[in-house]
Design a protein. Structure first.
Length: 183
């Protein structure tokens, strides 16, 4: 089969156009599928990306006095990476010497409707200003408004001479009787 110049140019143009389209399409498809591929590879997403966050030094905590600390983290949403910003707040309470736990951490979100829980004026209990939920220093409710105690968070201490207090920050479903983590 012999091709004349016009037929050869037509086939060549078709093949060259197809190759150029393919070269342009591959990065475009990769760009669109990037967030999906990252989540399948086990890339950072939600609370797993945050892990344990250093909030304070053990020496900075006063025994028995709740202290609030902001949780700062970088977030990534699809293609956008945000700088470190406050994503929540945690109450840390240093326990007396000899206790099984050296530090207890509570989420500062009320389990009733997610409002911010404050330290009560007596400094030995917590109060939510939104709907008058109140909690004892151990996080247990002192009235019938909250559906469960304050949400406890995982805490670990670094192995330094002056250990850092590391907390795994996470959010939980409001108005549930159990502590159900949000995905």
């Amino acid at each position: 089969m012999s091709l004349n110049r016009r037929e050869f140019a037509g086939i060549g143009t078709f093949v060259l156009g197809g190759l150029m389209s393919l070269v342009l399409a591959v990065p475009g498809v990769a760009y669109l599928l990037d967030p999906v591929l990252k989540s399948r590879k086990g890339g950072p997403s939600g609370d797993e990306a945050i892990g344990f966050t250093s909030l304070a030094r053990l020496a900075d905590l006063v025994e028995g006095l709740p202290q609030a600390f902001p949780v700062l983290a970088e977030r990534q949403d699809a293609w956008v990476k945000y700088p470190k910003e406050a994503i929540g707040s945690v109450w840390l309470i240093r326990q007396p010497e000899g206790s099984t736990e050296r530090v207890v951490a509570f989420s500062a979100e009320c389990p009733h409707l997610g409002c911010g829980v404050n330290l009560a004026p007596d400094k030995h209990s917590f109060a939510c200003p939104c709907h008058s939920s109140s909690f004892a220093i151990d996080g247990k409710p002192t009235n019938v408004i909250p559906p469960r105690p304050m949400d406890r968070l995982d805490v670990k201490l670094s192995d330094d001479a002056d250990p850092e207090v590391l907390v795994r920050f996470q959010r939980f479903r409001s108005q549930a009787k159990e502590q159900i983590p949000l995905a």
